[in-house]
Structures are given as C-alpha cells and as structure tokens.
Design a protein around this ligand. Sequence first.
Ligand code: ZN
Ligand code: ZN
Length: 596
Amino acid sequence: MKKFIFPVLAIVLLSACGGNQETAQSNSLAPNINPRFDSYKNNFIEALWKVYPTWASSQGYHKYDSILVVPDEASRAKELAFVKANLDSLKTFDINGLSDNNKTDYYMIENQLKSIEWGINELKAYEWNPADYNVSGSFAEILNGNYDSLDVRLRNFNLKMANIGAYYEAAKKNIKNPTLVHTELAIDQNLGGVSVFEKDFHEALNKVRFGEHEKQMMEANARMAVKAIKDYADWLKKLKNPTPRSFRLGKELYAKKFEYDIQSGYTAEQIYEKALARKKELHEKMFEIADKLWDKYVGKENTNIKPTDRLQLIKQVIDKISEKHVQPDSFQTAIEKQLPVLTEFIKKKDLITMDPTKPLVVRREPDYMAGVAGASISAPGPYDKNGNTYYNVGSLSGWPKDKAESYLREYNHYILQILNIHEAIPGHYTQLVYSNQSPSLIKALFGNNAMIEGWAVYTERMMLENGYDDSPEMWLMYYKWNLRSTCNTILDYSVHTKDMSQEDALNLLINEAFQQQAEAEGKWKRVSVTQVQLCCYFTGYTEIYDFREELKKQMNDKFNLKLFHEQFLSYGSAPVKYIRQLMLKEMEKCPAFKQN
Ligand code: ZN
Ligand code: ZN
C-alpha cells in the first residue's frame, strides 16, 4: 500500500518563508553532527538497557530478560557512573547544529539523566518507599509475553529468580523510616504478586517438556522466591518505625520532581495558581449554564426548590442530565458509532489532517485488562514496529445493575463523547499517528506525559469551541470533566506542599468537583502514594492552550488552526516548552510575522 505522506512535514507552519535554511547552514558548519548524534543515541540506549534490564524487558527489548539487578549501593554507583559518562558525552555536541528532532531528543536524554541522579542523591525514594521493591510485575510480563517460545521465557524466568533473595536483602538494608502508606502498599502489592511464582509459573511449567530434574530445580527456585517475598512482607509488618516519614513530599522536593517529570515552562507553583483561577472560572461558567437549565431539568417537579447555594444548584442539574446515557449492552457499539462521526466533523471543519490509511481498530477489551471498563488506547511498544494500535472498549456485561448504572451515569451521553475525543480522535490516537511520522526511540521511551495528556485534554475543548455539539448540556458536562483535571492539580500540590488534610481533600473533590464519594476516596489514596503525576493533564493542557492563544494574538488573521495542530504534533511527544521554542524560532525566520 502506498504510504500516506503528511503534508505537514513538507510544508511547515511558515512554508512561505523558505523552510529549512537554518538546518542547511548548520550542516555546512558541522556536516557530521546529526549522524554522529544518531549513533550516540543508539549507543546510549544499548548502555541504558544494560544498567536497567527490567526496564528494557518492559519496553520489548528482551536481551537481558534473565537479569535481576540487586538494588544495593554498588548498583546505584553504577547508575551514577552511567549518568556522568552520558552527561559528558552530551557536552560534545553543539546543540545548535542538531536537527529539531535531535534537539528535543538531546533535551529529553539530559533530563532523564539528571532526573536519575537527583532521584538517587536527593529524593532517595529507595529509602522511604518500600513499594519501590516488587519483582512480580516483571516476572509476570515474561510469562505473559509472546515474543519468544515458552521454553525460552521460562528459562529466563528461572535464571532471573536467582537474585530475588539478594534483591530483598538489599531492600531491607536500604529502607530507613519509610512512610506508613508506602509500607502498607508494599505489603499488599508484594503479597498480591506471590501468585506469579506460586501458581502462574507452576502452571506454565506444566505446558513444557523439560526434564524432570530441570523442572524440580525450577520449582525449588520458585519456592525460594515465594519465601523471600513473604519474608519481606513480614519484615515490613514487624518493622519498628517510631518516626515514620510523612508521605507528603514537601515544597522543595516537589518543585524539583515537577521540573523533571513534567518538564513544563511553568513552575509547580505557577501551575497551582493557574488551576485555582481555572476552578473559579469553571464554577462561574457552570453556574451560569445550570441556572438556565434548572427549569428544564429539575425545577419542573414543583417539589424541588431551587438551592441558593450555587454549587448545590450545579450538582442537581448535573445529576439530572447524567440520566441520559446508553444501556449497558450498547456501550461498546455506541463508542464504535462515534468514531466516524468525529472524523467527519474534523474533516468538515478542517481541524487537522487525518491519515486515511490508519483507521483505528476498535476491539473488545482483552481479558487481562478486564474490570477497567471504559476505553483506552493500546499502542505497540517501541520495539514492536508492526504492532497494531487498538482502541480497547470495556464491556459492562456481568456487572451488577447498580454498579453499571452508576458507571453509565458517569460516562453519560455527553461525557462518553468527550472520552472518545480524548482517547481517540483527535486525542491520543491522532497524536500517536503523528508522532510515528517522526520516529524517535528516545521519544517513544521518554515521551513526555504532560504533552501527551495535555494534547488529549486540549482537543476536548478545541472540538467544542469549533462547534461539535454546542448545547448548554454538553458545555456543562465538559466543564465538569475539565474540573476533574483542574482539581487533580490543586489536590496534588496542596497535599504535598501545603499539608491539606484528608477532610479538606474530600471536600474539594466531592463538593467542588462534583465527584462521587468512592471516586474521591480512591483519589485520596492515589495522591498519598504518588507525587506530581496527577498534575500532568492540567499542566500540558494549559501550556498548549496558552501557547495557541499567544500565537493567535501574534499572527492575527494569519493564524491557521489546522497548521498549528499539524506543526505542533510534528515534533513528536516532546515537552511542550521545547515544541513552543522550536515553533517560535521557525516563526522568527518569517519577516511577515514580525510585524505584530
Ligand atoms: Zn439510568
Ligand atoms: Zn489520556
């Protein structure tokens, strides 16, 4: 089949200005710098996998499947040496001579290295987070993968088990004053994973024709693994920990972690302030709509008295609108029917070019993902070039009636469409198709989550702004949805740097973001065991939206939304701040746009 070529790669935003002069110039200064950087990147990744074999396996690189690194002082020294050697290597490249793709790769490698160094020297989660130690996930991946014969995978599994005892001994030596929530989490997760060795491995062994002697040795190794894991959980249960560390990260570490994980042009505090302002704005807009919809939805039953409390009023209208939803057995078909409608709308409004040769494959959620209903995108890993991208849709069959009803109210007629925009078109799926046009193993591995999630969240608003269902009901629901990522950011920052109590947190989520009790409690649990992660949606979205508005202002009537989208996505999953830099630089070359 003829390969579809994106016009965007040839005619960038400002094609009229003569395109790639800069690249040509720098190439004549140092003609070999890009090929040299490409080969550096290959060496870097090969070396990375030697230091992090389990990470390699999880990305589909299976050369080191049999190795389990013991997390001791020596292994941390090895990591630091790896960081130093590579930071030194990076310095030998003049970044100005690199292509745009290599420039962003350079920044992302540098950030990854510095983040590792900071993690070891400053954050020190290996001391206070016992849940950092858990082997079962990576062993389960070897059992479940189908990249090689079961014989080969089982033998690697067996070799890798040899270090489990030493692994947990090192863990015990590392741990000092752990937080209580991470200690509990570690006990639960480690015990939860024992079945991989007790049951799954045993069952897999029954499927192969190894000799009795070999099988018995392997079974004995599995028993030792089980013992080591259970011992670790026991050790944690009995650990004397009179002065446990707080799970709250504190302002200083938080700011740094935000810097490394999000790579935003804004600081954590700036994003927090923006989230507060956004929450206020959303409440005002929601009240305005809910007030007008009151009579239509709630007020018609004259027993209902219009609440004076604005948030109460909004909540009652939202609850009523949420009753419009599909039936459990048509959840999947409703999602499938949506996708062509979204594609058609994007074409009609000329919002972004969609590659017609890459239709999205919708499938029923595979069994191993079951339970997490809804919809998600499965993209092939960086080493699986021919793999399909799937849109997994969960089935609600077998769900108890009230659970299904509550779920369907959450993913009601309106939110379901926003979910499709976010996950598929023109959200995650479309972004993925574009990022595959500028293939970079570095970006596939270190892809910036804030950019990826930010894009999906940005498209929700962009679609509505362009007239995709302009009803007040849709806008109200969209605002509720947007309030979720906004409040996630407020919650994360407040809990980790401002000592927000559980009570205040639940109040924020339930009364100000209109979430269900169960959802809010789950969020509290998540915010107490993770840090920064919850900010990536709102941060990425804000950066993209702000950048677009900035460009619109500068370019006036010359601004073209479609070209903006296509150029923005052409840099791959790089942090928004670098994409912004490169796009602005591209603009500077064009005298026509300097007028403003
Ligand atoms: Zn219902
Ligand atoms: Zn997402």
